[in-house]
Design a protein around this ligand. Sequence first.
Ligand code: SAH
Length: 237
Amino acid sequence: MTSNVDPTEISKFDRLARSWWDPAGDFKPLHDLNPLRVSYIETRLQLAGTRIADIGCGGGILAESLARAGAMVTGTDMAEKPLQVARLHATESGVDVDYRQTTVEALADSESASFDAVTCFEMLEHVPDPGSVIAGCAKLLKPGGDLFLSTINRNPKSYLLAILGAEYVLGLLPRGTHDYAKFIRPSELAEALRTSQLILTDVTGMTYNPLTRNFSLGRDVDVNYLVHAHKPVEQNL
Ligand code: SAH
């Protein structure tokens, strides 16, 4: 494999890019999740003055929030249109984010050990080799740096809620957004973190209540979940 990019996934996000910042549009779940993930990061990391790479940033919902909180953010994605939307939106909102079209693997080659933190949210389930993305994130981090990930667990309940429920019953996401086979169990993510010599610090669930239409953080990691890991200051090679 020359590149860890699925062109079908990229064209899917290119097609949807226009509605990225519509809080009631195709990316509504990302807008609804965003305050929770920002507070998850903020309780674990001082954002002001921190250099962060946001991998698979899309239209920049998270990247902008991090920049507003004082972080110096580099947002990367492989889809061109979401990046155009992200650049335009940042300019209009007066937020400074450095957006680049690159894979994490390529960025890690040119900027290894350059970032205090790396975020990679709702992206791992869209790539052919998530372990390679995690290895790239690990390489980008300075020793002692923090990694924040989120993805979707793989089990019958996540199939029911994240695919049948979200895409077919509630219509929260366009049909075909997710492929069940690409969902990732926390144990698989933990293994990939170990392989990249990262230390797993926390796994927290994000659950959706269809009645209140709100997400909340908690212990239930059956469907959506967040992960915090860090790169040891000294690595045992
Ligand atoms: N992280 C953002 C967007 C999630 S949507 C957020 O949570 O708000 C998933 C994003 O991953 C899309 O923008 C898609 O283009 C991007 N993506 C998919 N495969 C990728 C790859 N191999 N490299 C970089 N970005 C990728």
